[in-house]
Every structure is written in structure tokens, then in C-alpha cells.
Design a protein around this ligand. Structure first.
Ligand code: PMT
Length: 417
């Protein structure tokens, strides 16, 4: 399998991580480590108070870069905060105390963090952390509003246990949420900015009685990878999904459904503002003809269940596509166990798709529930492109490159991959 350790939107990005003096500073260590592992170049700036909680050495060991701890730290012979401010893709402050938020709002510049922030042109992302009273104080709220009006982004704070032991709002967002928000901010002007991508995901559940249903082994992993990738490419993303074994990514609108009929209704509701529709859901083709009001009792002998056809969601959307002009781009998946290409071609044509990704769901490490997938792309112009076994994240990223090019009017041949 091709390795995919880096996150596309973070790879090579210059991120300043400002750490201020709160107990949540220990969680900034995880943030720095994960950003660096994902391929970002992370420069840490610490206030004096932050150094009381975590040693600068911890951050420099994890990021492989020097850490600025006072206004006059030198990096490559230059005053570090001045050099750093010049080129920055994201200025993240986690945790952001009330004191630092006030300094940033007022333009004070008496420590490496506030001085660099004042000089920096990159987007500012704040992860506030403080006691409830400080957070709710009108002066803190005014400072936050001033920063947001000037274009700052925020994540948290959350409700929960605070440093004092009290419960309330003021707890810093958890590192995974901070990283997800950083990805969203970095991707906001990406190739799918202004595009609404709707994804269907998971296996629909067709009830038989109040406690039983007919379904399949889809976990939603492929759909969630697609949603994350589309978000990182700058798209507005909605995901119409049946009950999942994975969580919906941060910054993606979740539309929970259960049955194929509900998934169809939700997809058609979104259609007037859908630019790109990607069908990754394993929609049950049949449902029980009747749903028992009460739990079906065990009897002697066999039980026959009559199944009736479910709507073909992509088929119906495809049939009205020429008339409505929506979606502009439509992608399906084909879950096959035999005659992969021939079967996928029939689905591509009958559902009027632009592209279908056929996965051999009987192959090891591919299809339902796996972390990886091996797909072949077939487009409506007759191009066929087999991809190697990849992580589902990488399949999603590669598909988004194709979608972005399609939105710009280019086909598979231009992908060259
Ligand atoms: O969720 P995971 O565990 O990560 O697994 C991923 C996956 C294997 C489910 C995914 O990669 C996949 O292949 N999804 C499509 C599964 C499927 O139902 O394929 P199909 O060949 O039956 O359907 C073809 C296309 O029509 C699909 O895009 C499907 O969403 C759509 N369809 C199918 C039936 C139906 N009634 N309505 C539809 O819209």
C-alpha cells in the first residue's frame, strides 16, 4: 500500500503555535506533535507564564524547530518573531488566555506571541481557555468580538471541568478538534471553495419490526474520509448518513437518516443547492414489504420475509439531472464481487454518473469496514484508471483532485495519476 502519513492540507504549511499560561498548555504539546507529524512546519512561541506549565524543550523536541521564549530570541541570526511573522499560513493560539486575548485585541506587543501576532498577516485561530467568570466577563467577550470582526477564527471553549475543579464553560477544545479547525481554516480558499458537496454514507437500515432491520456491513469510513477531504479542499460539505461506526468530521453538516427512503428524501431536499453529489452509501436495494408493529415472535417452522424494491437514489437524481442542471458533478461507487468493470459501466451509464469508483468488496483490505480501498475509476468519456491499494483518506484526496478539475471542466485524462 502507498503510505499516506501526511495530511494534504497540513503538509508543508507554516504554522505558528502560540502557547499562553494556562493549565491547558499541556494539551498544546499534543497539538504541536500531531501538526508536526501531519507534515506541518510548527514554530512555537511561548509566553513567560506558559513556560511555568511546560518546558520549551518539550516543544522543540517534538517539532524539531527552535522555540521563541522572549522578544529577542534569535533564529538564523534574525530576531525570531520578526522573521516568523513574514510567512505564516496559520497563527494558532492554544490555549489563549484572557490576558493574551486582550493583548491581541488591543494590539499590545510586549511578548514574543503578541508581537509576532501584531506583525503577522496570516489567519488567526484562537482556542480560548480560562475560568468561566473570565470568559463571560463582558470585556473578554468584547475583545473576542473585536478579533472575530477582524477575521479571527475560534474553536471552543467548551463546557467541562476547569483548572479550579469547578464545572462550567471555559475548558479548551480538545486537540483533535483544534487540529480539525486548523485544517478547515487552512483549506478555506482551496480549489472547492464556494462549492457545496453532498455525500451519502453508511449502510441504510430497513426495519422488519421494532428491534430488527435488514442492512449491510458499511461503517461509513469511506464516506467520512470523503467529507473530511472535501472540507479540507474548501467545500461546504453535507453528509447524509445512516447510523455510523465513525463520527462525522468537524465542520461538516450531518443529516442523519435510517432508511433508503429517508436518504432519498434528504438527498432531494439538498439537491437545489448541491453542486457535487458523491454516493458512497451502501443503500439497501430491497426492504421488508411490511414492518411489524410488535417484535416478531418465534414460531415453529420457517419465517418468510417478502422484500420489495427500494428507490435508486442516484438513479433518480441522474434522471432529472439534465432538466435541473444539478448536481453539476455526480460520482458513484460500485461495490462488486465479480465482473467489476462491466458491472460498474452499466451503473455509470444507467445512473447518468460522470464517474464511478468500483471497489472489489471481496478483496482483502478493500471495501466494507477496512481502512484501505482499492478502486478503479471509470468516467463517462470511457477512461479507465486503476489506483493502487490506498488508505481511504488518500482515495478521498485523489477523488477531490478529480472533482476540482471536473468543476473546472477537465476530465480523467488531465489527472495523469
Ligand atoms: O462504509 P465503509 O465501511 O467504509 O465501506 C465503503 C463502501 C464499500 C460501502 C463504499 O466504498 C462503496 O462501495 N459504496 C457503494 C456501495 C453500494 O451500494 O454500491 P452499489 O454498487 O450497490 O451502488 C452503486 C451506486 O448507487 C452507489 O454509489 C450507491 O450509493 C448508489 N445507490 C445504490 C442503490 C440504491 N438503491 N440507491 C443508490 O443511490
Amino acid at each position: 500500500m502507498e503510505s499516506h502519513p501526511h495530511v494534504r492540507v497540513l503538509r508543508g504549511k507554516k504554522i505558528i503555535l502560540g502557547v499562553t499560561g494556562g493549565i491547558a498548555a499541556y494539551k498544546a504539546v499534543t497539538v504541536a506533535s500531531r501538526l508536526a507529524q501531519a507534515g506541518a512546519l510548527v514554530d512555537v512561541l511561548m509566553t513567560e507564564a506558559a513556560q511555568k506549565f511546560v518546558a520549551p524543550l518539550t516543544f522543540s523536541a517534538l517539532t524539531g524547530r527552535s522555540v521563541a521564549t522572549d522578544l529577542w530570541s534569535l533564529g538564523n541570526g534574525q530576531i525570531m518573531h520578526v522573521a516568523l511573522a513574514r510567512e505564516v499560513d496559520l497563527f494558532l493560539v492554544a490555549p489563549a488566555t484572557a490576558n493574551t486575548i486582550a493583548k491581541l485585541a488591543l494590539g499590545l506587543a510586549d511578548d514574543p506571541l503578541s508581537a509576532t501576532a501584531l506583525a503577522s498577516r496570516g489567519p488567526l485561530l484562537l482556542a480560548p481557555a480560562m475560568e468561566t467568570g473570565m470568559w463571560l466577563n463582558p470585556i473578554t467577550q468584547q475583545h473576542m468580538q473585536a478579533l472575530i470582526q477582524r477575521g479571527a477564527f475560534t474553536v471552543g471553549p467548551m463546557e467541562g471541568r476547569l483548572a479550579s475543579g469547578a464545572m462550567g464553560i471555559g475548558r479548551m477544545a480538545e486537540p483533535p478538534q483544534i487540529i480539525e479547525m486548523a485544517r478547515k481554516v487552512l483549506g478555506r480558499n482551496g480549489p472547492l471553495a464556494g462549492v457545496h458537496v453532498v455525500i451519502t454514507a453508511g449502510g441504510t437500515q430497513e426495519p422488519l419490526d421494532p428491534v430488527r432491520f435488514v442492512s449491510n456491513r458499511s461503517t461509513g469510513k469511506m464516506g467520512m474520509a470523503l467529507a473530511t477531504s472535501a472540507r479540507d479542499f474548501g467545500a461546504e460539505v453535507s453528509i447524509v448518513h445512516s447510523p455510523l461506526q465513525v463520527s462525522v468530521p468537524f465542520g461538516v453538516a450531518s443529516v442523519p437518516v435510517r432508511t433508503a427512503a429517508e436518504m432519498r428524501a434528504a438527498t432531494f431536499d439538498l439537491l437545489p443547492r448541491t453542486d457535487v453529489l458523491i454516493g458512497a452509501a451502501a443503500v439497501a436495494d430491497y426492504r421488508p414489504a411490511t414492518v411489524a408493529d410488535q417484535k416478531i415472535k418465534k414460531k415453529s417452522g420457517n419465517l418468510d420475509i417478502e422484500l420489495v424494491r427500494n428507490p435508486d437514489i442516484l438513479g433518480e437524481v441522474g434522471a432529472q439531472r439534465q432538466q435541473s442542471g444539478r448536481p453539476r458533478v455526480m460520482v458513484g461507487f460500485a461495490a462488486e464481487t465479480e465482473d467489476l468493470l462491466a458491472n460498474a459501466k452499466v451503473k455509470l451509464e444507467s445512473k447518468r454518473l460522470d464517474l464511478i469508483l468500483v471497489n472489489d468488496v471481496s478483496a482483502p483490505h478493500s471495501g466494507f469496514g477496512t481502512e484501505t480501498n482499492q478502486v478503479t475509476l471509470l468516467d463517462k468519456w470511457g477512461d479507465v484508471l486503476p489506483w493502487p491499494l490506498l488508505s481511504k483518506d488518500e482515495v478521498a484526496d485523489r477523488l477531490m483532485v478529480w472533482v476540482a478539475r471536473r468543476i473546472q471542466g477537465k476530465g480523467l485524462a488531465d489527472l495523469g495519476a
